[in-house]
Design a protein around this ligand. Structure first.
Ligand code: IMP
Length: 431
């Protein structure tokens, strides 16, 4: 088994959790490399639905090591709640199978407060964030006023770091965002307690990975969100604040680019987006509602309704290029059953011209009109199908057309929410 990266090729919520869960069975180590508890990976197993926010989806597979790389941001309270919820559900989760990089930046109470207050102030210009403090914690990291997990496990370091940054953050909260200041003692006392519990989980993840690669361990790197939400390559400023694409793996874990063998691009058979920002193939009315209801398109983290529309090949080709996708995992094909026709956007029309490249400028992107190709749909319920041979010919034509338009093979197709509801159509992992 090679080292594999799993990324979302759209705006997140492509179904990465279950693909990671599937590959996790075959590897030794699963690593998260970016994002925080803005992510919500849903895995359905034995009729139970498990939503993971911080923890790598490999955590529910016995005998696997789960790692949280330095590119991730961690909210200690939520992290510990997640660990204890899994323990209560009967999963063995502890410092022996779960490690956090000592370089991880910690989400502090003022990050959440800034996130929420700022969105309120922005009114109808808001980003539509998850309100988890993700933007503000990454801002602090790059502004060199962050607090790392290696600080909160050492009382003196936490004291010094918090003293150095809290005044300034309180001034920002009160004078700019018209919100309230936070108390030093309250935060210090709360976080020092988290530090004590977290200490056994903390290690140098980059070194651990280096040694694991050296001893031929198989590793899976699990992306959160999606490429179109990547802070560099997404629909900026309507993005998250980390590198969700495959490039994030290297800076987010401390491994080098020579260590990756395959990059799986998880792609939903249609498109969804949560929060604000341009979405060229977005539908409205009954059609959008039908995709939303059939696909269960409600946020795993915030419960918000997802915006829904058709598959966008312009965006997918862009995403495939940025990530270096080896093969697609095509998810939720079953949701398209019963549509008379299925649309695929093959280019955009902008100012009377045809665009085949995904524009960087979001004012242009928001004025792009999708040029659709219409394929005939199928009626059959796909959820019990176990092989491509069982698929209706129009579903096969749909898959073939995506492959043709992207020049990328499909590794597997998922046809329902449960772990076993998928089948492979090409062998991705040929050693
Ligand atoms: P933030 O990551 O909370 O700052 O939110 C920034 C944008 O990314 C918003 O549009 C969110 O809805 C979106 N976002 C963040 N995490 C996810 C995710 O896991 N799935 C889908 N959208 C997300």
């Amino acid at each position: 088994m090679p080292n594999v990266v799993v990324v979302g090729t759209q705006w997140g919520d492509e179904g990465k959790g279950r693909i990671v869960d599937l590959i996790a069975e075959k590897v030794d180590i699963v690593v998260r490399y970016q994002g925080g508890n803005n992510a919500g990976h849903t895995i359905v197993t034995d009729g139970k639905s498990i939503v993971l926010h911080h923890l790598p989806s490999g955590i529910i597979r016995e005998g696997k090591l789960s790692l949280i790389g330095n590119g991730v941001v961690v909210d200690p309270k939520i992290f510990l709640e997640e660990v204890s919820a899994l323990q209560k559900a009967g999963y063995s989760v502890g410092p022996s199978n779960l490690k956090i990089s000592d370089k991880v930046h910690v989400i502090m109470p003022y990050h959440k407060k800034i996130d929420i207050s700022r969105e309120k102030l922005l009114g109808n210009k808001k980003i539509g964030t998850t309100g988890r403090g993700i933007g503000p914690v990454y801002e602090d990291k790059y502004a060199r006023r962050g607090i790392k997990i290696s600080d909160i496990i050492e009382p003196d370091s936490l004291y010094n770091r918090l003293k150095a940054v809290l005044n300034e953050r309180n001034l920002y909260l009160t004078k700019v965002l018209e919100s309230d200041a936070l108390e030093f003692d309250e935060i210090y006392n709360e976080y020092i307690e988290y530090g004590k519990i977290l200490k056994p989980f903390v290690c140098d993840v980059s070194k651990l990975l280096y040694e694991s690669i050296g001893s031929n361990k198989d590793i899976l790197f699990e992306g959160a969100q999606g490429t179109l939400l990547d802070v560099d390559f997404g629909t900026y400023p309507y993005v998250t604040s980390s590198n969700a694409g495959s490039g994030g793996v290297f800076v987010g874990t401390g491994i080098n680019p020579k260590s990756i063998d395959y990059i799986v691009g998880v792609t939903k058979a249609y498109t969804t987006r949560v929060g604000e920002g341009p979405f060229p193939t977005e539908e409205s009315g009954d059609l959008e509602e039908r995709l939303r209801v059939e696909g269960g398109e409600y946020g795993a983290t915030t419960g918000r309704s997802r915006r829904c529309g058709w598959l966008d090949i312009v965006a997918l080709n862009y995403s495939a290029r940025i990530n270096g996708i080896s093969a697609f995992a095509l998810t939720k094909l079953d949701v398209l059953s019963g549509f008379k026709t299925i649309k695929i956007c093959t280019s955009y029309k902008y100012n009377g011209n045809i665009l085949n490249e995904f524009p960087s400028n979001i004012d242009i992107l928001s004025k792009c009109v999708p040029v659709f190709e219409e394929l005939e749909g199928w009626e059959e319920d796909l959820s019990n199908f176990k092989s491509i041979k069982q698929l209706p010919s129009n579903a096969i034509k749909f898959i073939n057309r995506i492959e043709q338009l992207t020049n990328i093979p499909t590794w597997l197709v998922s046809v329902g929410p449960s772990r076993e509801m998928y089948f492979e159509i090409n062998n991705l992992f040929v050693n």
